[in-house]
Design a binder for this molecule. Structure first.
Ligand SMILES: [Zn+2]
Length: 373
């Protein structure tokens, strides 16, 4: 039954005695859509609704605690208490009635100090939760599982402060480097970065051009980080791409220069499931060659450039003699590909020597080529 020494204790009953114990592994921040003091929040939960939080933070930075942090609170839907007994510590905060205003400096200082205490008290790691039950810090709308019908809480301004001020402030405080009164980040730090990097032979960042740029843009949209596009993503890397990529990096928990909107190998891999390469092989082309070349006249070449890439990879893996690397996907190459498929554990028609997407991607990842449909 942990009570925060920085809060006024206003114990809610019957919740405090009646609700089950939790092992707190997460902290979730909210805006209450009302300009209330902690006392008024307490009265609201006592008299009107049972969706209480553990803590409430007023505009002036005063903190109230309503139930102990090892007792379940009910504001976070499936994160309240999971089957394994872990659950979230819930932190409400005063806001305007549409929860669109930023936290005040006093609220920011209070949230940082509270976050540092929760880290020390319960070992909650100072990072963004990476999944719905991953230990760390988050905000109400971060995962759908944390609200029963969707929510915008705590609002865009506070989500930005969460990443830019609250989490860095907690990190500085627990490492002994901070005073507990975080400063807002300089505005210049918000200008989109304008430089390019080369990852696995392809360029990304402001001014980069090519199909790899469009692929990243489409993956950002699909992962919910497309809000800065006014027109759909295309093959030109513009500021909107950088801003969307920055949001995606922040969602991974990256901070500082690691979250400047210019891709690195790790974030690209996590976004796309693989690293694109300038050596591209179309699965459809290779399959067409595998169906055409063996029955055609000796040395027939369908899509010979792409076939040669696949053959060289099979040779490098030890399944094909180098002298058969000739750009013609003939009988020997089909046999070599079938042997490669068997080495992956495939059998029957899955090991018939006709490339499939999974086996070709595996070969590409091992030998540095990219597979398109
Ligand atoms: Zn909320």
């Amino acid at each position: 039954m942990a009570w925060y020494p920085g809060a006024e204790k206003m114990e809610l009953q019957p919740e405090s005695d009646a609700q089950p114990a939790i092992v707190p592994t997460q902290v979730i921040f909210h805006s209450i859509a009302a300009p209330w003091t902690p006392r008024r929040m307490y009265e609201y939960w006592r008299d009107s609704t049972n969706l209480e939080s553990h803590f409430g933070v007023g505009y002036d930075g005063t903190v109230g605690q309503f139930i102990g942090t090892q007792t379940r609170a009910d504001a976070n839907y499936r994160a309240n208490r999971r089957a394994d007994g872990t659950g979230a510590v819930s932190v409400e905060s005063a806001s305007n009635d549409r929860h669109t205003d930023p936290w005040t400096d006093a609220q920011l200082a209070a949230l940082v100090a509270l976050g540092a205490w929760l880290h020390r008290q319960h070992g909650i790691p100072v990072r963004v939760c990476r999944s719905t039950d991953d230990p760390g810090f988050g905000y109400h709308r971060l995962f759908p599982d944390w609200s029963d019908s969707g929510t915008a809480c705590p609002g865009d301004a506070r989500v930005g402060q969460f990443h830019d001020v609250v989490l860095p402030g907690i990190a500085a405080l627990v490492s002994g480097g901070g005073t507990g009164t975080p400063l807002p980040p300089p505005r210049a730090g918000d200008a989109p970065a304008r430089y390019r990097v080369t990852v696995n032979g392809l360029e990304y960042g402001y001014g980069a051009h090519g199909p790899q740029v469009q692929e990243v843009g489409e993956a950002l949209v699909a992962s919910g980080h497309g809000s800065h596009y006014t027109a759909g993503p295309d093959e030109e890397w513009r500021d909107a791409d950088t801003l969307n990529y920055r949001e995606y990096q922040r969602s991974l928990g990256y901070t500082g220069s690691d979250a400047d909107g210019v891709p690195g190998e790790d974030s690209l891999r996590r976004l796309l499931g693989r690293l694109p390469s300038p050596r591209r092989v179309s699965l459809a082309h290779v399959v067409a060659a595998a169906r055409t070349d063996p029955g055609a006249e000796q040395g027939h070449r369908t899509y010979g450039g792409e076939v040669r890439i696949v053959e060289q990879a099979l040779a490098d893996e030890g399944f094909l003699e180098q002298r058969w690397v000739d750009g013609s996907l003939g009988t020997r190459t089909v046999q070599a590909y079938a042997a490669f498929q068997r080495s992956l554990g495939y059998s029957g028609t899955d090991a018939n020597g006709i490339p499939g997407q999974r086996s070709l991607r595996e070969l590409g990842q091992r030998r540095g080529f990219d597979v398109t449909d």
